[in-house]
Design a protein around this ligand. Structure first.
Ligand SMILES: [Zn+2]
Length: 119
């Protein structure tokens, strides 16, 4: 399963199609429209990230995007699900499911996250 941005500058391979995605209403996610499917940080293969750049407001979440076509591509964030209360040691990878090629992201189970009030 391949995810690409509009211009093709970013191309990411996932071992299998996601079944779930998180839709977060925090100030960042709501403005960029990301639909996040989380996978283990070592699961995806970044085949190409030719025009990629990173935005991070807090230093925790690394939001990757394509500077050529403007697509939000992926994110790397601490894995808070591991139970750490301080800065978590584990990371997780979020692919923007909207970029998956030949995939009906509308069929994903969408899990809303109230990021606006959580962080
Ligand atoms: Zn692009």
């Amino acid at each position: 399963m391949i995810a690409t941005c509009v211009c093709g500058g970013t191309s990411i391979e996932l071992p299998e199609p996601p079944t779930h995605a998180t839709e977060c209403n925090c100030s960042y996610c709501s403005k960029v429209g990301g639909l996040w499917s989380y996978v283990p940080v070592d699961a995806p293969t970044i085949l190409k990230d030719e025009f990629g750049a990173v935005f991070s407001a807090s230093g925790f979440n690394q939001h990757h995007f394509c500077t050529r076509c403007g697509c939000q591509t992926y994110g790397i964030s601490p894995d808070w699900s591991l139970g750490d209360t301080e800065a978590p040691s584990g990371k997780k990878f979020a692919i923007n499911a909207r970029l998956l090629d030949n995939f009906y992201f509308e069929k994903l189970v969408i899990e809303p996250i109230d990021g606006r009030n959580l962080w």
